[in-house]
Design a protein around this ligand. Structure first.
Ligand SMILES: [Zn+2]
Length: 72
């Protein structure tokens, strides 16, 4: 598995809890919304990790399928 970097960032809309970006090294950068409470950040991080473990970033499945597989 490639490296996973975690960063808390400001300026996200509240409705977006986390975003994962794959960079040119193939590493995963999980950006957590700094404005949401810490327990929600942890939950969002687990959700993003599930996407990473399930290889959803290389998956051609529709987004809804991947979201169901990753769980909430
Ligand atoms: Zn998701």
């Amino acid at each position: 598995m490639n490296d996973v970097f975690i960063r808390r960032v400001g300026g996200f809309p509240r409705s977006i809890e986390a975003v994962t970006v794959v960079d040119s090294n193939g590493d995963y950068n999980v950006l957590l919304n700094a404005a949401i409470p810490p327990h929600r950040q942890r939950q969002a991080f687990r959700h993003e990790l599930a996407h990473i473990r399930l290889n959803h970033f290389e998956s051609l499945e529709p987004l809804q399928i991947n979201e169901l597989e990753a769980g909430v």
